[in-house]
Design a protein. Structure first.
Lengths: 290, 176
């Protein structure tokens, strides 16, 4: 299993603990990552401004992976969505591929349509598999109750993701959590959006969206939220204190990235998984396993 | 206002509607299926943004677009409120692909000179650094300390793409 690791914009600057734990745990499970420093923004943030530019940014990133003969593994759900969509569109539409290549030629790139894209959580779920994950667990997290936040672009639009999980009744993250020995907490707002995409447009609405979910997860007595997207993490982690101050609520709810959860269960040291760098310090949680 | 009366600002004046608007949307990437909409409201009923603020109402936006209310739609604040969660996209019985229709409308609004400042700021940053967040020296030092590979601070190829597609001139206000 070798992939080009696609960091995107937010992870390598704002979510270093996600990147650290992803690399550490993937390595342990036989997933090899190649770094391509020329990767840029995936193209997602400009899709609603200028579709043609988004398409070319995504196509250029795909071309860079293709030059190395590698498929792409993503850490951010929005990157997953635009890169997957573009990879599928260009594989199916020869006329569009030709048009894209006329533009890529001007920057010395070429894409032939061969690269496939998978989110790291899907790589764990499908390529590594639940059985192998269970075997890798050395320190089952029996004392943990963890609520998974699927976010939107990891699952939807489901037609671009080969329906590997159900957009209305998603299970992959809960199963991945259960494989570590932790209890996967079910809660009513599980599928709801974090609001991150409109944080800059209407902060009030965005924070209310994030708040509704924090309220629900807290009411269900989870010890932590399992996240797989850096922007969702901005909403539930970096903005958690802001939400507490604005609405007079109190959560102190640690956010963990799935590779951190899995890494802990595999017996990897918390420091190596970057846990001390998470926005909400998971002290009480760590006390449960020591 | 008497019951049954319609506020002036909400009145639809048929003579100023643009019947071509829906065809233009349908010729944009993502806008192709807009005319399939039969106004069932499944989109709005499951929309997490509509639930909190009724000024964002995807069913209504599509109705306005099909009616031909070009300016009211393109100059609006509400088209920028789609959180792109794709809930409506998954549930729409007519496969209108609403999230992508919203993207098409936003693309058209940008060309008409109505880019939302938050989206302009994002587009400017990516054009300048190749990324949404600049990888400055401090970030690279921190990355190196943690044993993570350092990253380039800019991407000339991304800037070239911005020039090629016309986005650079759109953002500078010179038109594409």
């Amino acid at each position: 299993m070798k992939y080009a690791i696609f960091l995107g914009c937010t992870v390598p600057v704002r979510n270093l603990s996600y990147e650290l734990s992803a690399r550490r745990v993937a390595g342990e499970l036989g997933i090899e990552f190649a770094d391509i420093p020329e990767f840029s923004c995936c193209g997602y943030p400009v899709k609603s401004v200028h579709h043609g530019t988004s398409l070319l940014l995504a196509a250029r990133n795909l071309a860079l992976a293709e030059e190395k003969g590698l498929d792409i593994c993503t850490l951010c759900s929005a990157c997953t969505s635009v890169l997957t969509e573009t990879s599928r569109e260009l594989a199916a539409n020869e006329a569009l591929l030709e048009k894209v290549n006329r533009s890529l030629r001007a920057i010395g790139r070429r894409y032939s349509g061969r690269v496939r894209v998978k989110h790291l959580a899907r790589v764990f779920y499908e390529d590594v598999g639940l059985e192998a994950i269970k075997k890798a667990v050395k320190r089952p997290l029996d004392a943990f109750r963890i609520a998974s936040h699927y976010g939107c672009h990891y699952l939807k639009p489901s037609e671009i993701y080969d329906h590997f999980d159900h957009p209305e009744v998603p299970q992959s993250l809960d199963r991945l959590v259960a494989a570590t020995g932790a209890e996967a907490v079910d809660y009513a707002t599980k599928k709801e959006c974090c609001g991150g995409a409109i944080l800059g447009v209407d902060e009030n609405i965005a924070l209310q969206m994030a708040r509704a979910k924090l309220d629900d997860i807290k009411a269900n007595e989870a010890d932590a939220i399992n996240l797989i997207c850096p922007f969702c993490s901005v909403m539930y982690g970096a903005n958690q204190r802001k939400i507490q101050a604005k609405y007079g609520t109190r959560y102190d709810l640690p956010i963990l990235y799935y590779p951190q959860i899995l890494g802990l269960a595999m017996g990897i040291d918390a420091e190596e998984l970057g846990l001390s760098q998470n926005p909400i310090k998971p002290k009480a949680l760590l006390a449960k396993i020591s | 206002m008497e019951s049954g009366a319609c506020a002036e600002k909400d009145r639809v004046v048929v003579t100023v509607l643009d019947p071509r608007f829906k065809y233009e949307i349908a010729s944009e990437p993502g806008g192709e299926n807009i005319k399939y909409c039969f106004q069932c409201g499944t989109c709005t009923s499951g929309c997490p943004v509509s639930e909190l603020d009724s000024k964002y109402n995807p069913r209504r936006i599509i109705r306005m677009a099909i009616l031909g209310m070009r300016e009211r739609v393109l100059a609006s604040d509400f088209i920028w409120l789609c959180s792109t969660c794709y809930t409506c996209y998954e549930r729409c019985p007519q496969d209108v692909r609403i999230t992508e229709v919203m993207n098409a409308l936003k693309n058209m609004a940008v060309r008409a000179g109505y880019i939302h400042p938050a989206f302009r700021a994002q587009a400017d940053l990516i054009g300048g650094h190749g990324r949404l967040y600049e990888v400055d020296e401090f970030t690279n030092e921190k990355r190196a300390e943690l044993g993570l590979p350092t990253l380039p601070a800019s991407s000339p190829e991304v800037a070239e793409i911005y020039g090629m597609t016309g986005l650079a001139s759109l953002l500078s206000g010179k038109g594409a």
